[in-house]
Each structure stands twice: as C-alpha cells, then as structure tokens.
Design a protein around this ligand. Structure first.
Ligand code: OAA
Ligand code: MG
Length: 223
C-alpha cells in the first residue's frame, strides 16, 4: 500500500500532521444554512489535537456553546506526498478513507461569520474531530459513490452520498495541493450533506460509511 513503508496505516489515522477541511461541498447543506454554493473549494483547518478515536472517550461540548452540531463527512487519508498534483494523479496518492464528524459549535461559527473572523474556535476545539478506523483504499470500490449517514439516539439526521459533492475528491486534493503540501497521513475532510443539527449532553451519535463500517460516540458537556 502507498506509504506503508513510512507509516503504519493499519488502524489509526491520527498521526497525520495536517487536517484540511472543505466546507459547503454539498448543495443541500449550503441551502439549509443559507449559504451560496462556492465557485471554488472553501477550505479551513482543524488542529491534530481535535482528533477523537472511537472508543477513547466522549465528544465534549465546548464551554459556552449552546448550539452544538454534527456534520458527517468522508475523510480521505493521504498516502504519498501531494504537491502541485493534477487531478488524474490524486487517487493513486490516496492511502485510504475514514468516516469523520466535523463537530461544530454553530453559535461560535455564526458569531465568527458575522465578524468575518476565522472558525478555529467553532471547529477546532478538543474532540471536534471524531474518526473511525482507517479503511485501506483497496476496500473502497468507488469513493465517489459512498453512502454517509448519521443518527442521533437512533433517529436518522443525515443520509447522503458522496456522489453529490460539488467538487470531486480529485479536484479537491489537486486544488489543495497547489497551496498546501499534503504529507502521508494527512487527512482531508470533504464536507457534509444536509441534515446537520443539534446534539446535547447524553446523546449518542451513530454513523456509517456504505457497508464498510459504523461508529458510535457519546456526547457530554466539557466541565
Ligand atoms: O460549517 C459549515 O457549514 C461548513 C462545513 O464544514 C461543511 O459544509 O462541511
Ligand atoms: Mg464540515
């Protein structure tokens, strides 16, 4: 597998250095929050300290947040360095995939949007990035046609398909690589479909990726 000589991809994805997230990559999600569909990818970063591996603890609602949202997303794990790569080269440099949640303090984000400020507090807090185990690309027939879903306390909230992305995985990673060099183990979050909504202390989030995996996280208030 690409990059295996350098790193062990067997289970965890959290040793990557960069996490580049794409926003507003599904038309239905743009519509539900009243945002225009972007004409080029909208990018932001999440810090590596926001990783939360399944089974290591609960998602923590950050202090002062009163509107805490789930966003289910496909994560793409880089296998080989991507710097100025063309779209046709991208999938050959991918090591695999993971199911991710781009947990968002929506009230912090609304305030930042109003002031034109960055989203670090809204999307970069501890546990803002719950992730599944790593899925080698050999197990994924077609990353551009994967169901991603999320339930809260067993009730369906998000049920989308990666075929509805505005910008494809090759387009996103090629575009990113012309500004940021992506290294083996880095993670690209590809945006969320419609259905984002609030979660509260005591809730259980379950989520799935095609027939490849499901994952589960509980939610608590950070003390
Ligand atoms: O917060 C947002 O709406 C932007 C975003 O991360 C997404 O679309 O996945
Ligand atoms: Mg997102």
């Amino acid at each position: 597998m690409a990059g295996q000589g350098v790193h062990n991809f067997s289970r965890f994805v959290h040793w990557g250095r960069n996490i580049v997230a794409v926003g507003r990559n599904y038309r239905d999600h743009c519509a539900e929050l009243g945002n225009a569909v972007p004409t080029k990818p909208l990018l932001f970063m999440k810090p590596v300290s926001s990783y939360l591996e399944e089974g290591t603890g609960p998602i923590l609602i950050p202090r002062g947040c009163h509107n805490f949202h789930h966003e289910i997303e496909l994560g793409v794990v880089i296998g080989e360095t991507c710097r100025d790569v063309c779209e046709g080269e991208v999938l050959g440099r991918v090591a695999g995939y993971a199911l991710t949640l781009d947990m968002t303090a929506r009230d912090f984000q609304e305030e930042a949007k109003k002031k034109g400020n960055p989203w670090a507090l809204a999307k970069g807090f501890d546990t803002a990035l719950p992730v599944s185990k790593f899925i080698p690309k050999e197990e994924v027939k077609d990353p551009s046609s994967l169901r991603i879903w999320c339930k809260v306390n067993g009730e369906s909230r998000q049920d989308g398909t990666t075929s509805d992305m505005v910008f494809s995985i090759p387009h996103l990673i090629s575009h990113i690589s012309h500004t940021f060099t992506l290294h083996p183990g880095d993670l690209v979050l590809t945006g969320t479909p419609a259905g984002v909504g609030p979660v509260s202390p005591g809730d259980t989030l379950t989520a799935g990726l095609g027939d490849l995996l499901t994952m589960e996280f509980s939610v608590v208030q950070r003390e």
